[in-house]
Design a protein around this ligand. Structure first.
Ligand code: SF4
Length: 330
């Protein structure tokens, strides 16, 4: 199986017509300079030196609003990426943008430069949540852009957030279902964090916004994941990429940040899967056969699921298997 590599090019808050209440993109990407065009080539070259030749490689323009830039400026970026596609050194170009910056002319131009995937920051598909978060677009705009992107045969990504002001678990579930209904090929799930120098920080400090706890963020993530997995929609990311400033805690004010958030989510998923097998009957040993790729999640983050089971059974063993998941007692 081929390994996939992403070459990320960050475009911090470039051409963003709004400042969403939770966003301070400069802080999150740790990049205070607007990306210059030569930086694109330098970044690609640097990554190519370390990526195996036979791997699948993708250039991804992240952050900001790519298609909010003038066409000339979009092309200055794309012209630096496209030759790698024509030379066969890179397989795909993808970018993220806002739902209200998509039209036919933009899509035709992106097609011309070999872009394959367009991810829209939908964040929520509830108009009250979008409006309060200062997103500056509506659910209807997400629907319209998604359908246009699909008509032009791009792969569609719809990113969502959980824990925004006015959002609820039920609304998050409805957002996930709509993402599926809109025909998205992939998604990302981001818990809302309170970052310094954002309007959300002000709301938080005034006691008008309470972020999700880690436990609630995990619970909501599992609820939306369940919807995506049942529809075979690929989940590209769970949780914000931990930048240096987030790791050091210098930019994070509050919220469910954890460096291994995804692992916590997968760990809890397995804990819930194992829960029905916990009974009070006396057993000496419990053997859990788990598909090899999921053994770490089954054992749990920091061995949490194993430790939890050890409260009931003196001898707990996880065994990787090529077969189905199975729990055996003796
Ligand atoms: S559109 Fe994206 S990058 Fe721009 S302010 Fe909102 S969240 Fe930040």
């Amino acid at each position: 199986m081929k390994t996939h590599y992403i070459i990320p090019i960050f475009i911090p808050e470039k051409a963003c017509p709004h400042r969403c209440i939770y966003c301070n993109q400069f802080n999150i990407t740790n990049q205070t300079q607007v990306t210059d065009y030569n930086y694109v080539t330098q970044t690609i070259e640097t990554y190519l030196q370390t990526i195996p030749k036979e791997a699948t490689k993708r250039i991804a323009f992240f952050g900001g609003t790519f298609t909010g830039m003038s066409m000339e400026e979009q092309n200055l970026y794309l012209e630096r990426a496209y030759p790698y596609i024509t030379r066969g050194e890179i397989d795909e170009i993808q970018l993220s943008t806002r739902p209200d910056y998509i039209n036919r002319e933009i899509l035709e131009n992106l097609k011309h430069y070999g872009v394959r995937t367009i991810e829209l920051g939908a964040q929520s598909l509830n108009n009250e949540v979008l409006q309060f978060s200062g997103r500056g677009h509506t659910v209807q705009e997400v629907e319209k852009s998604s359908s246009l992107i699909k008509r032009y045969n791009f792969k569609l990504g719809l990113q969502m957030m959980i824990g925004l002001p006015l959002d609820t678990k039920q609304r998050a579930i409805e957002t996930a279902q709509k993402i599926v209904d809109l025909g998205a090929d992939c998604t990302r799930i981001y818990p809302t964090l309170v970052i310094k120098n954002t309007f959300l920080e002000k709301l938080y400090l005034e006691g008008k916004y309470q972020p999700l706890s880690i436990a609630d963020a995990i619970d909501q993530t599992l609820a939306v994941m369940d919807i995506f997995e049942k529809s075979h929609l690929s989940i590209l990311r769970i949780g914000l990429h931990p930048s240096q400033s987030l790791l050091e805690g210098t930019e994070l004010v509050a919220g469910p940040f954890h460096v291994s958030f995804k692992e916590l989510v997968l760990s809890e998923k397995w804990r819930r899967k194992l829960q029905p097998f916990v009974d009070n009957r006396p057993h000496k040993a419990c053997v859990i056969k788990v598909p090899a790729g999921e053994i770490n999640a089954a054992v749990g983050y920091g061995g949490s699921n194993k430790k939890w089971l050890q409260q009931y059974y003196p001898n707990v063993r996880f065994i990787p298997t090529a077969d189905e998941f199975e729990v055996l007692f003796s």
